[in-house]
Design a protein around this ligand. Structure first.
Ligand code: ZN
Length: 196
């Protein structure tokens, strides 16, 4: 966001001050988080903003973000293994975007807060809850620090209500199991807890 501040009555000199922010897009799987991230990034390209996109290396699924990264306004979407890699790779980006942020380490919130204080617009997309309904990784802290939160819903595959949870269809207690519709389905709170 660009804000023009009038310095004094004596001079009509203006300075440009860029105010950073943190936007969080969260919700269960299949709620359109990545699409919403993409929509915001596309809009930013119309304003010729420099954008860096990061994904955790843990998620090697094909990403729609790579389509966008072909645009000349974008840096390529980069797979990184830890949050501090953002600082090494962001270049002079005005926007830093992260997909699947729940997989990043605990340093992520502090790093993103510092970027926002430097004037960078940070847009984060991620699962707010894991497969047992617990807050996921650094997401709770990011939600607290955010200027703006979009909590999206999917459709419960059991009853058709709005889904806020991600139900895992297979057994096993690993927190991270990479998969899509083969492994997970969106459910409302009631169906998530009551139907196994
Ligand atoms: Zn339901």
């Amino acid at each position: 966001m660009l804000i023009f501040i009038k310095m004094s009555k004596d001079s009509e000199k203006t300075v440009v001050s860029r105010i950073g922010s943190i936007e969080v897009i969260c919700g269960p799987m299949f709620s359109g988080k990545t699409e919403e991230l993409l929509r915001r990034l596309r809009r930013a390209t119309y304003a010729n903003q420099r954008i860096a996109i990061f994904k955790p290396v843990i998620d090697v699924r094909y990403s729609e973000l790579n389509i966008v990264s072909h645009d000349s306004n974008f840096y390529p979407s980069l797979m990184i293994s830890k949050a501090s890699d953002i600082l090494k790779n962001k270049g002079t980006s005005q926007i830093v975007a992260l997909d699947e942020a729940q997989f990043f380490d605990d340093l992520l919130p502090e790093i993103l807060e510092n970027l926002a204080q430097e004037g960078i617009r940070v847009i984060v997309s991620g699962l707010d809850m894991d497969y047992i309904g617990k807050p996921f990784g650094p997401m709770p802290e990011l939600l607290a620090l955010a200027d703006n939160v979009s909590k999206l819903t999917a459709i419960c595959l059991v009853c058709g209500a709005e889904a806020t949870h991600t139900f895992r269809k297979t057994k096993g207690n690993q927190r991270i199991m990479i998969g899509a519709k083969d492994l997970y389905e969106p459910r409302c709170r009631k169906c998530f807890y009551e139907i196994k």
